[in-house]
Design a protein around this ligand. Structure first.
Ligand code: FCB
Length: 467
């Protein structure tokens, strides 16, 4: 059977985030996050659920480490809950919160897994939101204090730190489009939030390195290639607009020390900025934001196809059959991952890259035999891994892949309705049940290779993962 092999030492992992899996809402002195608060607002979470218990990883983390060990993984990307460490945002760090992550990190190391933590995956302490949240520059300073408290405690065991996960989502979905916490609808506030997220990244990266010169620091960005629906200049400009709004607004300041002029002009034209001078940028900010990084993490799920709408404004074209979609309505488009990695490599030349998230939501119920045959997920992963391998062949310095996600979990505004896990979670007792994709992924990891056909070769061994 044909095999596509990955380079020796390629790092295989899975990714999760604290707010989505931990639960333990009131335990260990944890404070309230903006998502805890947002989830109490009627209508904000599709199924009306709250992330109070979620996958109960706060209690079941030892079992989850066993699952990952069973998969043969080299690393685990997780996030640290800021309100566990600073329940009210500022003041003394909560040592019970640090103890929790210390035990997790020690458990991972004992199991031979590299801990690959992200400091911010959207769960801002509500107390900081009450002071303005990311729209306030003070939050960037609080983030540095928080980062140092965590890295001081864990820095002797954690080598690589990620500051932020997808600042576009935190800023735009949270402050401009209202889909995410804190649910605001103010474009100007969204741009300020984006700047303070980036600034806090740069400040924290420098502070972490000052504290520990051996630490490696990076950031994780979401990326979608923007394709024009037709070759018309108007449609091509719509694709340029999306690329500036979504991709380059973050890549350019981080790698080039400047916001993209065309995307700034777009915001000015929409009345969302007073002029080309950004009022929230102070001297030295862009130098701080563009501090050189050890790696960039890329999250890829799909592409977008753009066209000029009837009023000339850019709109996304819903993908049409025969393309297939995941339950998120996202087109399955593996070549976009190759394109993304090659583009970032060519245009921004990061030292090293990781695919920090990639995966698919499909709801496949267990069959009468209890087995979950998630063949569509396996197909999605198979295609994307081949695309990642092609990007390496084209020169992208890709060093690892983190599958989103280990467990079905709290998918933000969708609650528990979108299932990304390679393990299902029993809502009654929290039991983890491997899907066929878990077996398939274990085979990939073990072989450091993808085989010719996307089938699970170790079917029917569902008990193998039971911790
Ligand atoms: C990414 C997020 C992650 C999860 C996946 C599906 O944008 O980083 O938390 O929601 O999408």
């Amino acid at each position: 059977m044909s095999q596509t092999t990955f380079p020796a030492g390629f790092l295989w992992g899975v990714a999760t985030s604290a707010q989505q899996i931990e639960g333990g809402r009131h335990e260990g002195g944890r404070g309230e996050s903006i998502w805890d608060r947002f989830a109490t607002v009627p209508g904000k979470i599709a199924d009306g659920t709250r992330p109070d218990v979620s996958c109960d990883h706060y209690h079941l983390w030892r079992k989850d480490i066993e699952l990952m060990k069973g998969l043969g993984l080299g690393a685990y990307r997780f996030s640290i809950s800021w309100p566990r460490i600073f329940p009210t945002g500022r003041g003394p760090a909560n040592s019970a919160g640090l103890d929790f992550y210390e035990a997790l990190v020690d458990g991972l190391l004992e199991a031979g897994l590299e801990p690959f933590p992200t400091l911010y995956h959207w769960d801002l302490p509500q107390a900081l939101q009450d002071g303005g949240g990311w729209a306030s520059r003070d939050t960037a300073m609080a983030f540095v204090e928080y980062s140092l408290a965590v890295t001081r405690r864990l820095g002797d065991r954690v080598r690589r730190w990620t500051t932020h996960n997808e600042p576009w989502c935190a800023a735009t979905l949270g402050y401009e489009e209202g889909h995410h916490a804190p649910g605001h609808l103010d474009p100007a506030e969204g741009l300020r939030a984006a700047h303070h997220l980036l600034l806090s990244h740069g400040w924290a990266a420098a502070a972490i390195r000052r504290q520990d010169p051996a630490a490696e620091v990076g950031i994780v960005l979401i990326h979608s290639p923007a394709h024009a629906a037709t070759d018309s200049p108007a449609d091509r400009d719509a694709a340029r607009w999306f690329d500036g709004f979504f991709n380059r607004w973050y890549l350019d300041p981080i790698f080039r020390g400047a916001y993209p002029a065309d995307a700034v002009a777009d915001r000015v034209a929409r009345g969302q900025l007073p002029g080309p001078e950004l009022p929230f940028v102070r001297d030295g900010d862009l130098a701080a934001i563009s501090t050189p990084l050890d790696f960039v993490g890329v999250n890829y799920y799909s592409r977008v196809v753009m066209k000029a709408g009837p009023d000339g404004l850019p709109v996304a074209v819903p993908p049409l059959p025969p393309q297939t979609f995941t339950d998120m309505g996202w087109e399955v488009y593996p070549d976009g991952l190759r394109e993304t990695l090659v583009r970032i490599h060519r245009d921004y030349a990061p030292r090293r890259m990781y695919i920090a998230e990639n995966g698919a939501a499909y709801d496949d119920p267990a069959g009468p035999d209890g087995r979950i045959r998630d063949t569509r997920r396996i197909g999605y992963l198979h295609g994307h891994l081949l695309a990642a391998r092609s990007a390496i062949a084209e020169g992208a310095p890709l060093a690892g892949y983190f599958l989103w996600s280990l467990l079905d979990n709290f998918e933000w505004g969708f609650g528990f309705t979108k299932k990304f896990g390679i393990f299902a979670v029993d809502p009654q007792d929290g039991r983890r049940l491997p899907k066929d994709s878990a077996h398939w992924y274990r085979d990939v990891v073990t072989a450091n290779a993808v085989t010719g056909t996307p089938t699970a070769s170790s079917q029917g061994e569902s008990r193998a993962f039971d911790a």
